[in-house]
Design a protein around this ligand. Structure first.
Ligand code: MTE
Ligand code: MO
Length: 223
């Protein structure tokens, strides 16, 4: 098994994240994804209607920027490209040239993704994992999955997609652990300004504490 540079396999698939100490957000009774930005009209797509688009299975490993990888996951859902080509592109403002997409979760997590990265053929809006509906710890009702990029790109509890014609403002820009704009795992694009190998040990030191806090907020922890 080959992992991207600087990654180590973990057993299972831990709940992890930047909103780690909070329990996962409750799934609304009729969840929707709002799609806004450079469109002639805003779109509200129910998760039920999303699930009727052509479906896809994706076997992939999942890599957190902190340095752990969960291996052999089987996702099911709708390719982001399918949603984009069939529902979004027909409603784009004339002459709008989309450069970035923001994916937002019910807990407020946001990821900013270049259009070309979002349209890669392994990017999915997933509603199932390993043969079961996605659980709350891993992003119910639906999440983005972009296995070629570090985990923070893969927004869980997806509720909003925004289309931008230039780079949107990033509040974490001056954070000491500012995220790389592309975050491609095979290029080890961990940090916005520093080489991936240099920040490895710093990020790795965060795994233990983040895992402990995340487990505490988990819905499925053993009691
Ligand atoms: N909504 C939301 N999505 C999120 C996060 C989060 O805190 N909230 N954390 C990100 C990070 S840093 C990682 S590594 C993965 C972890 O996914 P998992 O909890 O399913 O393991 O989710 C990403 N997506
Ligand atoms: Mo992460």
């Amino acid at each position: 098994m080959t992992l991207p540079p600087g990654q180590r396999a973990v057993d299972g698939f831990p709940r992890f994240g930047t909103h780690l100490h909070h329990p996962p957000p409750a799934v609304p009774a009729n969840p929707v994804i709002e799609i806004g930005g450079a469109l002639t009209e805003a779109i509200t797509l129910s998760v039920t209607d999303l699930a009727k688009l052509p479906r896809k299975e994706l076997g992939a490993d999942f890599h957190c920027v902190a340095g752990w990888s969960a291996t052999g996951l089987l996702w099911e859902g709708i390719a982001f490209e399918t949603l984009y080509r069939t529902r979004v592109e027909p409603l784009l403002e004339p002459d709008a040239s989309i450069s970035h997409i923001v994916f937002e979760g019910l807990d407020g997590h946001r990821s900013i993704v270049l259009l070309e990265d979002a349209l890669a053929d392994d990017v999915l809006i997933a509603d199932r994992l390993d043969g079961k509906p996605l659980d709350s710890d891993h992003g119910a009702p639906v999440r983005l999955v972009s296995p070629g990029q570090y985990g923070f790109v893969s927004t869980k509890h997806l509720c909003r997609i925004e289309l931008h014609t230039s780079e949107p403002p990033d509040p974490d820009r001056w954070s000491p652990i500012a995220a790389h704009r592309r975050a491609r795992v095979w290029q080890e694009e961990r940090h916005r300004y520093l080489p991936g190998r240099v920040v490895r040990p710093v990020y790795r030191a965060l795994i233990g504490p983040i895992r402990a806090l995340s487990a505490r907020g988990s819905r499925t922890r053993p009691r």
